[in-house]
Design a protein around this ligand. Sequence first.
Ligand SMILES: NC(=O)c1ccc[n+]([C@@H]2O[C@H](COP(=O)([O-])OP(=O)(O)OC[C@H]3O[C@@H](n4cnc5c(N)ncnc54)[C@H](OP(=O)(O)O)[C@@H]3O)[C@@H](O)[C@H]2O)c1
Length: 345
Amino acid sequence: MPTSKRLNVAVVGATGMVGNEMLRILAERKFPVEKVRAFASERSIGMKVAFNGDTIVLERLDEASVKGSDVVMFAAGADISLMYGPIAAEAGALVIDKSSAWRMKENVPLVVPEVNPEDIKDNEGIIASPNCTTIPLTMVLEPIRKKVGVERVIVSTYQAASGAGRVLANELADQTKAIAENRRPEVQATTHQLAYNVIPGGWQAQSYGYNEEELKLVNESRKILHDPELKIVATCVRVPVQIGHSESVIIETTEEIEPDDVRTLLGQAPGIVIEDDPMARIYPTPLHVAGHDDVYVGRIRKDLSSKNGIALWIVSDNLRKGAALNAVQIAEQAIELGALGAVKA
Ligand SMILES: NC(=O)c1ccc[n+]([C@@H]2O[C@H](COP(=O)([O-])OP(=O)(O)OC[C@H]3O[C@@H](n4cnc5c(N)ncnc54)[C@H](OP(=O)(O)O)[C@@H]3O)[C@@H](O)[C@H]2O)c1
């Protein structure tokens, strides 16, 4: 990445779980910033967020303030992205959106840099970053698909509280404390008590008994992999974990492949780490993956109920690779591909 070019970067939702991580990752990766602006809701205006050993004062987001940056990263929910994304893009910025607002729009690339970086070139000012469970799943499916073809995917997720933002993350901590202190836990942020529980839903209900999260995983995977007919079914579940989404995946391949070959294939794929020795009790868990950038894969084994089936377990940090890191990598890749209009020398 050319480091001599410096960019004006704006982070919208800078006080949130994802926005905060974006600021941290921009600094960690030495993203070539000239100036960073931070936006949050009305209640945070004038407060400060940390960036690279310094602080930035939070600004009010409006039609004027969203203009003038080279890159605007949105992590403040779909409504904000829908309203301000086009204004920023028309003013010449590259918009990278972490919300679901633009993901399935035809003229908006949906990008996982390890899987479909070339799609970045087709952007018209807005690039969407996928859902936090879609990113690791497509990173695992793509190398397998290239090697032996994928016929069908069955995925169950085990998603952390922080995937629903700061409100649910805080509520899980409060509920856990309340239970430890023999108090009645309060339930406000989701449908059921999350502490000491597992919730097979909580997202907006959609057709055929599926919810919004499950359909995102299905539709976004098809778009990223350029395979609109991919047979894929998802069950999304919220678990009492603070950070780190896990996925249990069954993949039916076109040609047979041995677990050892899957291990080798995925071990060579960018951004994937294999942790797989069940006899020694080595497999990825969210507690240990939280804070790491890579997608971890373990429990790779044959699905003994089908000829070409492979079962495996994926864990990734939903705030980093599932969200903020993927957004920053899209911006880096856009620079590499020369797909960033307003780069200043
Ligand atoms: N969490 C994840 O794992 C994850 C993964 C992938 C995608 N996403 C998506 O990323 C986005 C952010 O999620 P999150 O988990 O970071 O949520 P969050 O922790 O609830 O943070 C929301 C952020 O949006 C800001 N905000 C709210 N209203 C605003 C307004 N009118 N103008 C400007 N900023 C406003 C909030 O500011 P205040 O602090 O001032 O309220 C806060 O900074 C969502 O679209 C989510 O779907 C999240």
